[in-house]
Ligand binder design. Structure first.
Ligand SMILES: Nc1ncnc2c1ncn2[C@@H]1O[C@H](COP(=O)(O)OP(=O)(O)OP(=O)(O)O)[C@@H](O)[C@H]1O
Ligand SMILES: O=P(O)(O)OC[C@H]1O[C@](O)(CO)[C@@H](O)[C@@H]1O
Ligand SMILES: [Mg+2]
Length: 500
């Protein structure tokens, strides 16, 4: 195998038949001759019974699992899990955990499992909680985390550490890490957080510090690329069902009842798409990635009139980032940003509800009864469900194994159902979005039987927009798309777009 580094410091290892390993950095890349220690799990009675508990150093996970017989083997990521050798003596480890960005079900479970994993698997008992996100490194006191302190926290929503947006000051954060003698940093957060983690890792590397930086991706919006999905996503979708169900009950009980539910999803409409697919009560799902219009032929109002005539009621699910251009146009407003630089959105749910009411009142064709439900924060402020709890546990343990093994500058994540270490540059290169020319959106359209609101010209535009720079090998197409009409970026997306 040949190894090469590209200008963004990506470690790429090429192998036979088009095999590529997008590897993660290791402390020994910039600190030579680090001592190693046998993994303490070897003598841990709980693990010594497990055959092949340790992951082979050469194990990798393919990004694409659907291939043709002549396909190149493609991109792979390093498989997560415990290694035979570790690069930290247990007594030497001084870890810290920070949570940043918006809330997500399961944050406390991940915190708990990092603390317990370090303690029970590796005998580490120095773990600090950083209070209130990145700014907490330099402006707040820390919290000492022990298995006892975190014992029950998985039953609570939110994060016991607190979180925040903005306040990422690279130098102050790394000074604080250095001053406190921290040598493992676990950073839980979304796309912005992972970008911040990459900056911290680079500064740590520049200073030549023996500090492992591990990211644990958190995004109910599913806007982080490469990974199948984040912990908390399933819980959020499940909770969204309750709101959709209420909207449906209200709509069904009134003459020409209309239920409107606004769900989270700033730039990516995955929650709305999955909640719609799960529910079967939704007549129309509107997401940021799919432009729509209200008036005229093929517009939302025309579809509503038809559906109400047919069924006597209907439910619309709208992601908070959908139709923002329409709103800005009609409100003549300026763009505002939050402390992290994310666009602050107008309330599309209220706006569309009013527009629908105005339309039907003006037309005098139909009296409607509209109920608007906004459960946005409710779906992310709850504790995680059983399957997300399992997911959180495995992610946390994988992060701990990776840091102990000396890997750094990585995000842990599920790729095709297997736990992997993904380099920060790969996670941070773009935002994951619903690809509306892809199979999953088509499935939604056939499930709701709603219009796509797109003319042939729009489809060409959408496809052009999706032609992002890609690292796919020549000739690779999205999954089993033989026609070649699917964009390469579609082929790069995680399984929430293409799931079979
Ligand atoms: N490009 C960047 N470089 C350094 N730090 C960043 C960058 N983008 C965001 N951050 C920092 O990361 C933290 C979290 O970012 P943000 O508020 O965007 O949330 P997030 O992690 O994307 O989570 P979510 O959007 O899912 O709520 C903030 O403290 C922010 O300052
Ligand atoms: O927590 P804030 O700042 O209100 O931001 C809300 C945003 O956070 C998210 O929940 C992502 O974490 C988005 O879906 C939503 O737009
Ligand atoms: Mg974000």
């Amino acid at each position: 195998m040949g190894s090469q580094s590209n200008p963004q410091m990506m470690k790429v290892v090429a192998g036979d038949a088009g095999y590529l390993l997008e590897d993660v950095p290791h402390l020994t890349d910039y600190i030579p001759d680090l001592p190693t220690y046998p993994n303490p799990l070897r003598s841990n009675p709980a693990y010594s019974v497990v055959k092949q508990y340790f992951v082979n150093v050469d194990d990798t996970v393919p990004q694409k699992v659907v291939v043709h017989k002549s396909s190149p083997r493609g991109i792979h990521f390093r498989r997560a899990g415990p290694r035979q050798k570790v690069y930290f003596d247990s007594d030497e480890v001084h870890a810290c955990i920070v949570t940043c960005g918006g809330l997500c079900p399961g944050l406390n479970t991940v915190i708990r499992e990092i603390v317990c994993g370090l303690y029970h698997m590796y005998g580490v008992n120095k773990v600090l909680g950083i209070d209130g996100g990145y700014r907490g490194f330099y402006s707040k006191n820390t919290i000492s985390l022990t298995p006892k302190v975190v014992n029950d926290i998985h039953k609570r929503g939110g994060t016991i550490l607190g979180t925040s947006r903005g306040g990422h000051d690279k130098l102050k954060i790394v000074d604080s890490i250095q001053d406190r003698g921290i040598n493992q940093v676990y950073i839980i957060g979304g796309d912005g957080t992972q970008k911040g983690a990459a900056v911290i890792y680079e500064e740590i590397r520049r200073r030549g510090l023996k500090v492992a930086v591990a990211g644990i991706p958190k995004t109910i919006d599913n806007d982080i690329p490469v990974i199948d999905k984040s912990f908390g996503f399933d819980t959020a979708v499940e909770e969204a069902q309750r709101a959709i169900n209420a909207a449906h009950v209200e709509a069904e009980s009134a003459e020409n009842g209309v239920g409107v539910v606004k769900l989270m999803g700033r730039y990516s409409g995955f929650i709305a798409m999955y909640a719609t697919l799960a529910s079967r009560d939704v007549d129309c799902c509107l997401i940021p990635e799919s432009p729509f219009y209200l008036e005229g032929k093929g517009g939302l109002f025309e579809f509503m009139e038809k559906r109400l005539k047919e069924n006597g009621h209907m439910v619309i699910v709208i992601a908070e980032g959908a139709g923002q251009e329409l709103l800005s146009e009609s409100l003549h407003s300026v763009d505002l940003k939050d402390a992290s630089g994310n666009r602050l959105l107008h309330d599309v749910g209220l706006w569309i509800s009013q527009r629908i009411k105005d339309h039907f009142a003006k037309q005098h064709k139909m009296d409607i009864t509209l109920k608007y439900i906004d459960p946005t924060y409710m779906i992310r402020a709850i504790p995680s469900n059983a399957s997300d709890n399992v997911n959180c546990t495995l992610l946390a343990q994988s992060a701990v194994h990776g840091a102990m093994a000396g890997y750094t500058g990585f995000t842990v994540g599920l790729v095709n159902g297997r736990h992997t270490y993904i380099p920060f540059n790969r996670i941070n290169e773009r935002q994951n979005k619903v690809v509306i020319t892809d199979r999953m959106w088509a499935r939604l359209l056939s499930s709701t039987n709603q219009p796509s609101f797109l003319g042939p010209k729009d489809v060409i535009e959408v496809k052009k927009e999706e032609e992002l720079p890609t690292q796919l090998l020549d000739g690779e197409l999205c999954k089993d798309d033989k026609s070649g009409t699917m964009s390469k970026s579609s082929a790069l997306l995680g399984c929430l777009n293409c799931m079979q």
